[in-house]
Design a protein. Structure first.
Length: 427
C-alpha cells in the first residue's frame, strides 16, 4: 500500500496540474494579504477590535453571496464564472496595493476592500472546486482533494510568517504587490481551461436562474441524506470543537509566550494538516468514506479535548516563562486535530463531488463555502462563551467531548452514511 501523497491526478490531467500549481501560488499570495491587512488596520487604529471587525466584513458577503454564486455555476460556463471572479479578486488586490503605496491609511477603505474581496471569493472558490470533477475521473477525486488541501495548508503554515516578515522589511504595499503578482498564476491557470458549461440534467431539464435556482439547490440538498450529512458532521465539529478562539488567551494565561505561543499553536494545527496530506497514500482509495469521515471527526474531537486537558493540568497561572513541556503536548494534540480535520475535509468534499449531479454541483459547492466559513465563526462564539463561563481548558475539553457525543448520536440515526460506498455513490 502506498504511503506518500498520490500524485496521479497531476500526471493524468494537464488542466488539473496547471490549476493546482496556479491556484496554489495564488493561495500562498493571499495569505500575505491576509496578514498585511490585519497589521495595517492595527497600525492605523491601534485597536484589536478594529482588526476583529475585518472578520465580519469578510464573513457577511461570503455568506450572502456563497449560495447565489453557486447558482451562477449551474447556469453559466464555469470557466467564465471562475475567470471573471478571479479578475475581480485581482483588481481588489491591486486596489489594496495602490492604497498602500499612496499611504491612504483609512480603516474604512480597508473594510470596503476586504468586503469586496470576500464577495468575489464567495463566487470564485465554489467555481474552482466545481471544475475539478470535470477534469478528472471520479476515482482520482480523493487524491486531487488531498493535493488541494495540502497546498492550502502549506500556504497557511508559511504564508503568515513570510507575510509578517515582508511587512516588517518593506511595508504593507510590498506585501499586497507580491500577492498581486502571484495571483497572476491563478489567472493563467483558469484562462488555459477549456469551456466548461454545466451539464444538462434529466431530472431538472428546465434550468432555473437566480434565487429560484438557489431554492432548488436547497430542496435537493434536503432530500439527499448522505450529502446533507457531510455538512451536518462538519458543523458539529466546527461549532463545538474549533479551538482557535482560545489560542490568544492560552499563550498568556496557561502556557506563557504570548503572541509567539499563539502563532505556534496555529502553525501546529496547519502542520498537522500538511503531514496528513503528505502521508495520505493509503487513504485515497478508501471505499467506506462515510465511516472514515466519522472516524476522523472522532479523532479530531478527542484531540481537542486532550488539548483542553493539557491546559487544565497546567492551570491558569499566567506563567512568566513558556512552559515548554506543556506547549509541546498542546501542539502535538492540535497537530493531530489538524490532520484529522484535513482527512475529514478531503472525503466530505469527495462525497459532495461524486454523489451530486453536475447540474447541482455548483449550488452545493456554494452551500459548502457558507458552511466552511460560518461554522468556525459560530465555533468562536460557542467556545468563547464557554471560556468566559469556565476557562479555556474547560471549554476545549467540553467542546471536544460534546463533538464526539453528538457525532455518535447523529451517526446512529443516519446509518446509511456509515454504509456509504465510494464504488456506488448515492446521495
Amino acid at each position: 500500500m502506498p504511503l506518500l501523497l498520490d500524485l496521479t491526478p497531476l500526471r493524468a490531467s494537464v488542466e488539473f496540474r496547471r490549476l493546482w500549481w496556479g491556484l496554489g501560488v495564488a493561495n500562498f499570495g493571499s495569505q500575505l494579504t491576509l496578514v498585511a491587512v490585519g497589521l495595517q488596520v492595527y497600525a492605523i487604529s491601534g485597536s484589536t477590535l478594529s482588526v476583529g471587525i475585518l472578520g465580519i466584513c469578510a464573513l457577511v458577503p461570503l455568506i450572502a453571496l456563497g449560495l447565489y454564486g453557486g447558482a451562477l455555476l449551474d447556469t453559466y460556463d464555469r470557466r467564465t464564472v471562475a475567470l471573471l471572479s478571479a479578475i475581480g479578486l485581482f483588481l481588489v488586490t491591486a486596489a489594496l496595493a495602490i492604497q498602500g503605496w499612496l499611504h491612504i491609511d483609512s480603516v474604512l477603505v480597508l473594510y470596503i476592500l476586504v468586503g469586496l474581496q470576500s464577495a468575489a471569493f464567495a463566487i470564485n472558490n465554489p467555481a474552482r472546486t466545481a471544475i475539478i470533477p470535470r477534469l478528472l475521473k471520479p476515482a482520482m477525486l480523493p487524491a486531487a482533494n488531498v493535493l488541494t488541501t495540502t497546498a492550502w495548508s502549506s500556504a497557511l503554515v508559511l504564508g503568515p510568517l513570510i507575510g509578517a516578515t515582508l511587512v516588517a522589511a518593506s511595508g504593507f504595499a510590498a506585501a499586497y504587490t507580491v500577492d498581486m503578482i502571484m495571483f497572476t498564476a491563478g489567472l493563467w491557470a483558469l484562462w488555459r481551461l477549456p469551456p466548461l458549461p454545466p451539464e444538462k440534467s434529466l431530472d431538472h431539464p428546465e434550468r432555473k436562474r437566480g434565487f429560484a435556482a438557489v431554492a432548488e439547490g436547497l430542496r435537493y440538498l434536503a432530500s439527499r441524506r448522505n450529502v446533507r450529512m457531510t455538512f451536518v458532521v462538519d458543523l458539529i465539529a466546527m461549532i463545538f470543537a474549533m479551538p482557535r478562539v482560545l489560542w490568544p488567551a492560552v499563550g498568556v494565561v496557561f502556557l506563557g509566550g504570548g503572541a509567539t505561543t499563539t502563532g505556534l499553536l496555529n502553525a501546529a494545527f496547519a502542520v498537522g494538516a500538511v503531514l496528513a496530506g503528505l502521508f495520505s497514500g493509503g487513504l485515497v482509495g478508501a471505499r467506506w468514506q462515510g465511516r472514515l469521515i466519522c472516524l476522523a471527526i472522532t479523532i479530531y474531537g478527542l484531540s481537542v479535548a486532550a488539548f483542553g486537558g493539557v491546559l487544565l493540568v497546567v492551570g491558569p497561572t499566567s506563567p512568566r516563562a513558556v512552559l515548554v513541556t506543556a506547549l509541546i503536548g498542546a501542539m502535538s494534540f492540535l497537530a493531530i486535530a489538524g490532520g484529522a480535520d484535513a482527512v475529514s475535509a478531503v472525503f466530505r468534499q469527495t462525497i459532495l463531488q461524486t454523489a451530486t449531479p453536475d447540474s447541482m454541483r455548483g449550488r452545493l459547492q456554494g452551500v459548502f463555502i457558507v458552511v466552511v466559513a460560518g461554522g468556525p465563526r459560530l465555533g468562536d462564539l460557542v467556545l468563547g462563551a464557554g471560556a468566559s463561563w469556565g476557562n479555556e481548558g474547560l471549554a476545549a475539553l467540553a467542546g471536544g467531548l460534546i463533538c464526539v457525543t453528538l457525532l455518535s448520536l447523529v451517526s446512529l440515526t443516519q446509518r446509511g452514511f456509515l454504509a456509504y460506498d465510494s464504488r456506488n455513490p448515492t446521495p
